[in-house]
Design a protein around this ligand. Structure first.
Ligand SMILES: *Cc1c(COP(=O)(O)O)cnc(C)c1O
Length: 370
């Protein structure tokens, strides 16, 4: 047994506490705790600048962001999405009374396969909700071409895609809206948090109203909005985190390279290629375990766990196999062969800035043990 401290699949990046205390002092003296306070405003501006986007609306978390994004575009009926994601992607549809229609994924990028979209379109289809899975950009051009032909909205679940660029520009600019997550387990965190990247000021205004109960002024409510506001303590964490984010991503990049160098020669282990982005964020490190490996994926998962290494089977089970989805016609196994196979083979290995080289070596050694 490994007598050292447990290694989780991710650990939040924590900037120096003393610096965070400085922000808390500001909050205590302003007495503004939430409702679009000064730090909230600063973080929106700083994120627009860092990410290279024009408008951002901060949220309490990405799930409420996804729900609100759909409402702001008045999406109804059916939405085409991927089963290979975190369950919140599809839950945001159910919360709007929308029927998810699952299409299969591409075995190389693990993202929604654009070639499958057209066959899933019906007269009820109003939008597509793809996910930049593991931070790898979707085939945004192909998806937009289909959306344009059929007059569909495109809302990206960009929970994994903080800082990712495609052709030297933010991947968050594609589609009608993109939704980021700043949950503690993500590349950039505000404890809990999220944001919608909006194309123009008018869209942002509507979204800002929807996240504040639908108020447009002191006495006028125009929609059944929700409480999706980010508080000042969360915004402060974001501002502080931004100062250190480039160094944190650099460490992720090194960890990614070390895994690849050591694991590429292991029979039956395939490191998922990361090639689509001109700037990557190294958000996850998924490997695929196939029949050539000395044990099954689940045995490897258990073996690592027995040594105190908590890898995660992201994404298993598939969203379409949870009880509230499995009755849908599109949830059938025959409709989603690639996603089902990947869910059986995938294992995400620990990757986070404070992962120590000797810890990473231990992980590699366990995987190499035959
Ligand atoms: C984390 C995650 C979410 C949910 O984000 P929260 O901020 O925790 O609500 C949604 N979609 C994907 C793909 C995620 O990984």
């Amino acid at each position: 047994m490994r007598a050292k401290k447990p290694i989780y699949v991710t650990q939040p990046y924590l900037p120096p506490l003393a610096e965070y205390m400085g922000y808390l002092e500001q909050i205590w003296s302003s007495k503004v705790l939430t409702n679009g306070g000064p730090l909230h405003q600063q973080l929106e501006d700083a994120l627009c600048e860092y990410l290279g986007v024009d408008h951002i609306a901060l949220f309490t978390n990405a799930t409420i962001g996804l729900v609100t994004a759909l409402q702001s575009l008045r999406v109804t009926g059916e939405v085409i999405t991927t089963p290979y994601s975190f369950v919140a992607t599809a839950h945001s549809l159910l919360w709007n009374g929308i029927r998810p229609v699952f299409v299969d994924i591409d075995p190389v990028t693990m993202n929604m396969d654009p070639a499958r979209i057209e066959a899933a379109i019906t007269p009820q289809t109003t939008a597509i909700m793809p996910v930049h899975c593991y931070g790898q950009p979707c085939d945004v051009e192909a998806i937009q071409r289909i959306a344009d032909i059929y007059n569909l909205k495109v809302i990206y679940d960009a929970a994994h895609a903080f800082g990712v660029e495609l052709n030297e520009s933010s991947v968050l600019k594609y589609g009608d809206l993109s939704v980021l997550s700043f949950h503690a387990t993500k590349v950039f965190n505000t404890f809990e948090g999220g944001a919608i990247v909006c194309p123009d000021a008018k869209t942002k205004l509507r979204i800002d109203q929807l996240k504040n109960f639908g108020f447009v002024d002191e006495t006028t409510v125009v929609a059944p909005g929700i409480n999706g506001k980010m508080s000042e303590v969360n915004a402060a964490m974001g501002l502080l985190q931004l100062k250190y984010i480039d160094g944190a991503m650099q460490r992720r990049c090194e960890i990614d390279a070390t895994y690849r160098a050591h694991l590429q020669s292991v029979p039956g282990i395939r490191c998922v290629a990361r090639s689509g982005a001109s700037k990557d964020n190294f958000a996850y490190f998924p490997i695929l375990v196939d029949a050539e490996y000395s044990s099954s994926r689940d045995d490897l998962y258990e073996k690592l766990k027995a040594r105190g290494i908590y890898a995660r089977r992201y994404f298993y089970p598939l969203i379409c196999n949870f009880p509230m989805y499995r009755g849908l016609p599109s949830a059938h196994r025959e409709n989603l062969p690639v996603a089902n196979q990947m869910a059986q083979q995938v294992l995400c290995l620990p990757i986070y800035p404070s992962l120590q080289p000797d810890e990473q070596q231990d992980i590699i050694d366990v995987i190499k043990e035959q």
